[in-house]
Every structure is written in structure tokens, then in C-alpha cells.
Design a protein around this ligand. Structure first.
Ligand SMILES: C[S@@+](CC[C@H](N)C(=O)[O-])C[C@H]1O[C@@H](n2cnc3c(N)ncnc32)[C@H](O)[C@@H]1O
Length: 262
């Protein structure tokens, strides 16, 4: 069987690739090009672990919610090709300015709506230009519905009017991902839940179900802690009080759900 990664199995004991389904990340890794300024970015360890475990050098990693480029910088450091898309032009310009030119690998960023067929065709054109047919790993870190508003664009998933509206939009992005991912390769969704009108909305499970409806097979559900959640920083006391006085727990985790495209 084809290997899914280039981890040196002869020295497996020395590997820094995580193998458990619980990821406790105490601190954001501050090395490399990451700047961490973007409200709603993920820590570099998340895309790093996914890229190391689910792709090989020279593979194409695709991120359809680029944001501040965390996946792009990790792909660059790990010698993968990379395509990133974001609906906000300023984010594309910002990340573009930080990526270097490489002879062997390509780094292509597109301003676009990842739900649209137009964006899908543009990505196919980029793949063709580089003599590639598809991506080998897709990483999706969508807005968690409207918890953080990223822009005023109506096709920004953070503009969704309700959880069901959000899921419809997310399913369209999943279709783009499915059409661009190679068979037997991997998709990872990084997502947390939401709380609306006194009800816990299990967005993570709903997103997982949308991917299953499109035929993706669930391979792992990783639970990771949310350390340093900016919205709650320095407010732990207030949140503890609110939880004790009410009938809910405070969000401290999110999901990294890994799927295989059959
Ligand atoms: C949670 S952030 C991603 C953060 C990123 N992982 C990082 O570390 O910076 C979600 C991003 O999705 C973008 N976005 C929302 N809707 C989109 C759409 N329809 N097409 C492309 N990008 C979209 C937002 O502009 C935002 O930058």
C-alpha cells in the first residue's frame, strides 16, 4: 500500500508527529513567519501536524479559508506546494507579501469565494499550470458561523444568518474541496461549537455530517483545547461565575476532524 506520509518509520520513536486523539496545546508556536495578529487564526501546530501526517513533500496542500496564512507558512516550511483562497483581498495581499519565491515548489493565492464554481475552475487552472491534477490534502478552518465576523461580504460564511444557512454554505465549500481532492487523500476540518439563545449548537458534529453526506469517510475526531481564546482572555473568572450560576459549561475545546475521500 502507498504510504500516506514521509515519516521515517525506522526511527518512529523519535517522531514529533502526534498520534493521540486529544491535542493539548499549551502555547502557540511563535517560530517561523506566523504573526498571530488575526482574530480567529489557528495555532501553527494544527496545520503542521496535519501536513506531516497526511501528506508528503511535493504534494499539494489546499486551504479554502486562508485567513492570515498559517497553513501557507507551514506548507512552505515543510516543502509542500500550496494553494490558498480567501474572500478578503487584504488577507491574500498580506500572506503573499510574506511568502518567498521557490524554484521547486509553488505557492499560489487566490481572492475568491470558495463556494463558487468560478473559484473551483481557477484552482483547476492553477493545478494545470503546475502539471498537477488535484490536491492531496485539504485543510478547512471556516468561521464558526457568526461568532467572529470576518468581513461584510455576503458570501463570507461568517455572514450566515442562521446555523442552517451556515451549513448550506459550508456544504458548498465541501463540494469544492471534494472536486479538487485526489481519491484516497485527506480532508481536515477544524471547527468549534456555538451557543445561541441558550442552546449549545454542535456545529462541529453538523459540519462532520455535511462531509459524510458528500461521501467522505471519517478517519479521526481529534479534540483539541482552546488555549488563549482571545474573546475570553483575562475573563476566566467571569466565565467561571457564569457557568456556576447557569446550566452550561464554558467552551474549552474544538475539533479537528479528518476524512478520507473514497
Ligand atoms: C477562521 S478564519 C481562518 C483562519 C486561518 N486558519 C488562520 O490561521 O489565519 C476563516 C477565514 O475564512 C474566510 N472566508 C469566509 N467565507 C469565505 C468564502 N466563502 N470563501 C473564501 N474565504 C472565506 C474569512 O475571510 C476568514 O479569513
Amino acid at each position: 500500500m502507498d504510504r500516506i506520509n514521509d515519516i521515517d518509520l525506522k526511527n518512529w520513536k523519535e517522531s514529533d508527529v502526534w498520534t493521540d486523539s486529544l491535542w493539548i496545546i499549551n502555547e502557540r508556536d511563535k517560530n517561523g513567519k506566523h504573526d498571530g495578529f488575526y482574530h480567529g487564526n489557528f495555532v501553527p501546530q494544527v496545520p503542521r501536524q496535519l501536513i506531516k501526517k497526511f501528506s508528503k513533500q511535493g504534494d499539494v496542500v489546499l486551504d479554502l479559508f486562508l485567513g492570515s496564512g498559517t497553513t501557507a507558512y507551514e506548507a512552505e516550511a515543510l516543502k509542500r506546494n500550496f494553494i490558498g483562497v480567501d474572500i478578503v483581498p487584504e488577507m491574500i495581499f498580506h500572506v503573499e507579501s510574506k511568502l518567498d519565491k521557490h524554484d521547486k515548489y509553488f505557492y499560489e493565492l487566490l481572492i475568491g469565494d470558495s463556494m463558487s464554481q468560478e473559484t473551483e475552475s481557477e484552482i483547476k487552472d492553477v493545478l494545470n499550470k503546475h502539471k498537477k491534477k488535484s490536491a492531496q490534502l485539504v485543510i478547512l478552518h471556516p468561521p464558526y458561523a457568526d461568532i467572529i465576523k470576518f468581513s461584510q461580504y455576503k458570501n463570507d460564511l461568517s455572514s450566515a444568518k442562521s446555523p442552517s444557512d451556515f451549513l448550506q454554505m459550508f456544504s458548498k465549500v465541501l463540494t469544492t474541496a471534494k472536486n479538487l481532492l485526489e481519491k484516497d487523500k485527506y480532508l481536515a476540518i477544524v471547527i468549534g461549537d456555538a451557543y445561541k439563545q441558550s442552546e449549545w449548537i454542535p456545529l462541529g458534529f453538523y459540519c462532520m455530517s455535511e462531509a459524510q453526506k458528500l461521501g467522505f469517510t471519517v478517519k479521526s475526531i481529534v479534540v483539541k483545547n482552546m488555549a488563549g481564546n482571545r474573546g475570553k482572555q483575562n475573563k476566566e473568572g467571569i466565565w467561571k461565575y457564569r457557568s456556576l450560576a447557569n446550566d452550561y459549561y464554558v467552551f474549552k475545546h474544538e475539533y479537528v476532524i479528518i476524512f478520507k475521500k473514497p
